[in-house]
Design a protein around this ligand. Sequence first.
Ligand SMILES: Nc1nc2c(c(=O)[nH]1)N[C@H]1C(S)=C(S)[C@@H](COP(=O)(O)O)O[C@H]1N2
Ligand SMILES: [Mo]
Length: 247
Amino acid sequence: MISRRGLIAAAPAGLLLAGCDRLNRSAGWRAMLESGEDLHKGAQRLLGGDALAREFRPDQMSPVFRMNGNTSVADPVYRAHAAQGFAQWALAVDGLVRRPLRLPLSALKAMPQRRQITRHDCVEGWSAIGQWQGPQLAGVLALAGVLPAARYAVFHCADSFGTRPYYESIDLHDALHPQTILAWAMNGAPLSEGHGAPLRLRVERQLGYKHAKFVMRIELADSLARFYGGKGGYWEDAGAYAWYAGI
Ligand SMILES: Nc1nc2c(c(=O)[nH]1)N[C@H]1C(S)=C(S)[C@@H](COP(=O)(O)O)O[C@H]1N2
Ligand SMILES: [Mo]
């Protein structure tokens, strides 16, 4: 179980609490946060004692951060949202959760924010240092109330290669890591489409392909077997890269 106090205590320096007061004034949100009782005990233990990826100073940020993989999305539903600046868009959080959620960008922005300057390492042999901002995935999962049977968070993306949608997955250990965030901003501005607007995963201790862009839906699951090729991600199913891409 993750209490709200536990979440904040576990968050390293740099966590921005600006959005917190506003959130606290809303009784509904507060009740949801305080009833984040559902995350199982093992998860809380992991949240506390895990190594952090290195963080960098602003002057170390790369002047150019390359875009890779899909840099635009053809899906008509996505295009309609993009045309409205994602004002009507909402992230779905469902599967093995007590309270399926639909979180608009405004709600994600109103949650406590984490801002981190990290190095992105692509398996193709390039790296870039950039700043990312968004709520911790742990906070979003606490709102939804992860059921004890859940073992993985599966990220469904809006883009595809041919007919195969991009998707990724991580286990709860990484999902609850303090540097695992749902970034809506990069280098101080809302995400560009190329970098994954409106929302992308940052899972800082794994390689680039795990950092799902264009995230539309997060599904909690007990197994990866029933998703697409069953290996937990687009590149994993293609036999190209491993599911666990720790660096
Ligand atoms: N939805 C989606 N996410 C994705 C990809 C993609 O093609 N589609 N490419 C991955 C790869 S291989 C990398 S290196 C990074 C690139 O992120 P960037 O374009 O912001 O540099 O996104 C990852 N996430
Ligand atoms: Mo990559």
